[in-house]
Ligand binder design. Structure first.
Ligand SMILES: NC(=O)c1ccc[n+]([C@@H]2O[C@H](COP(=O)([O-])OP(=O)(O)OC[C@H]3O[C@@H](n4cnc5c(N)ncnc54)[C@H](OP(=O)(O)O)[C@@H]3O)[C@@H](O)[C@H]2O)c1
Length: 292
């Protein structure tokens, strides 16, 4: 399939590589060109701008950062929407708000295009290894067409009925679970350490309590206090997601007190210069509060 891939950050680069190795003809674009260049060697065409990338392809996959970046590239009357061919599909992988997804879905429909929300679960290592889980919602005919393509980077695809924004709401609820799990493990490790329990002892138990490999990875990362985000999820990106959860909760009048607590820890971490560390570095704030 002729595909345009927009956004070659931590997550996007792994997915784009796998799409290429699975025989798709790929045109790639990244805002800062340096991340796009290595893809030429893999056989991709490098586009100078997003409008050039999407011209003549059947499927556009975007993995940008947030609502703002999507609105910037896919706004009403944008060159990108005008350049897409009639009936083409936009699969949006970015974690965005349900409101932004609603905007995008309407905008694509108005331009004769098909929109699918496809947020993913899994970190950059899972992206590169084809082990992501992808939640799809939106245009039903488009979901049927993209599902086999997603198999290049996702080991499980979960199609949902209803508006595209449903997939984004599911993603926020699932990320809430992960953020809560990190809070739980971090507080437990900190209490243990204050009480003279070796971190590895508790960490081993916690790892055994959770089944999926990704969650075990969080238990290991927290036990080892591994904070680098090079191959992970940056604190600033995690804070963006916490804000999405807080806003979504406010919109439906559903208090989400744990999200408020974790967001405040992230604010403290960012204020201390940990914004580019992995989001699990909220543990450092918990440790500091315990005078460790
Ligand atoms: N990392 C994870 O573990 C993980 C897991 C699941 C979902 N996600 C979600 O996946 C998305 C990408 O995450 P990531 O970790 O890959 O982030 P990342 O490494 O920071 O990559 C972000 C990408 O968005 C581009 N971008 C940012 N602002 C832009 C703008 N205004 N216009 C155009 N492009 C823009 C960046 O371009 P430049 O290179 O030019 O900055 C880069 O390609 C986020 O929504 C995140 O929440 C991440």
């Amino acid at each position: 399939m002729k595909i345009a891939y927009l956004g070659l950050g931590r997550m996007g680069s792994g997915m784009a590589t796998r799409l290429l190795t699975h025989g798709n003809a790929l045109t790639v674009w990244n805002r800062s060109v340096v991340k796009a260049q290595p893809f030429a060697e893999l056989g991709a065409t490098i586009a100078n701008d997003p409008a050039q990338a999407v011209r003549d392809v059947e499927l556009v996959i975007s993995c940008l950062f947030d609502d703002h970046s999507l609105d910037e590239v896919f706004h009403a009357g944008s060159d990108v929407l005008k350049a897409m061919r009639q009936g083409a599909i936009h699969l949006c992988v970015t974690t965005i708000s349900p409101e932004c997804a609603e905007r995008l879905e309407a905008l694509h429909k108005a331009h004769g295009l098909r929109y699918v929300a496809g947020p993913v679960l899994g970190r950059p290592d899972a992206s590169a290894a084809g082990r992501l889980v992808q939640i799809l919602a939106g245009d039903a005919s488009a979901i049927a067409e993209v599902t086999p393509v997603c198999a290049a980077y996702a080991e499980r695809v979960v199609p949902l009925e209803g508006a595209a924004s449903v997939a984004n709401s599911v993603k926020l609820c699932l990320n809430f679970f992960i953020a809560g799990l990190m809070e739980l493990i971090s507080e437990g490790l900190t209490l243990g350490e204050k009480s003279g329990v070796p971190r590895e002892v508790l960490g081993g138990f916690y790892e055994g309590f959770v089944a999926p490999p990704g969650f075990k990875g969080y238990a290991r990362r927290l036990t080892a206090r591994e904070k680098e985000s090079e191959v992970g999820f940056a604190m600033v990106a995690g804070r963006k997601d916490l804000q999405l959860m807080q806003d979504a909760a406010k919109n439906v009048e559903c208090p989400l007190e744990l999200a408020d607590l974790i967001a405040s820890r992230m604010d403290a971490a960012i204020a201390q210069g940990l914004g580019e560390m992995d989001w699990s570095a909220t543990q450092e704030i918990i440790r500091q509060n315990a005078k460790l």
